[in-house]
Design a protein around this ligand. Structure first.
Ligand SMILES: [Zn+2]
Length: 162
């Protein structure tokens, strides 16, 4: 029997989804995005219960990038989004993977890659969250895309503090 693996996006830490029937995995970039105390607490609880924080496989990242370009989602996916999708794709080969995310672009690319996903059902919360794309190199705030138009570094989606 295949093990169930939950690959958890930032929205998955806001939710009350029960992950106890499987292995939980996320990527370092998602951990960096978790800022509010509720999500932090939930992260700590999952970490104690065995949550794995791992970088995705590079080859899987390239496959995800290609898929995102073909679905037209590449411009709205951040480096974090690509990482979480790549991790889900990587885990898919050996187990029954479920990607937990409320992001429609991520869901769209996941569907394109044959990755099963589950919404964290946090729409009410999601509407209040403001995001910005910030260059990981020079700190420039980028309107859209996955690369900084100034220095060419990757961009990362961040919650705007207010
Ligand atoms: Zn830059």
């Amino acid at each position: 029997m295949k093990d169930k693996v939950y690959v958890i996006d930032t929205s998955g830490f806001i939710s009350q989804v029960d992950f106890r029937d499987g292995t939980t995995i996320t990527v370092p970039a998602v951990v960096d995005e978790i800022m509010d105390s509720t999500s932090r607490l939930r992260f700590d609880l999952l970490k104690d219960a065995g949550l794995r924080v791992e970088l995705p496989d590079k080859a899987c990242r390239e496959l995800v990038r290609s898929a995102a370009i073909s679905t037209g989602d590449a411009s709205v996916l951040s480096v974090t989004d690509l990482d979480i999708l790549a991790k889900a794709l990587e885990m898919k080969s050996g187990s029954g993977v479920i990607l937990v995310t409320d992001d429609y672009a991520i869901q769209n690319v996941a569907a394109n890659l044959g990755i099963e996903y589950k919404t964290a059902a946090t729409q009410g919360i999601r509407k209040k969250v403001l995001w910005e794309l910030k260059c990981t190199g020079c700190g420039n705030v980028v309107k859209s895309g996955i690369e900084c138009p100034i220095c060419g570094s990757g961009v990362r989606r961040r919650r705007v503090k207010h």
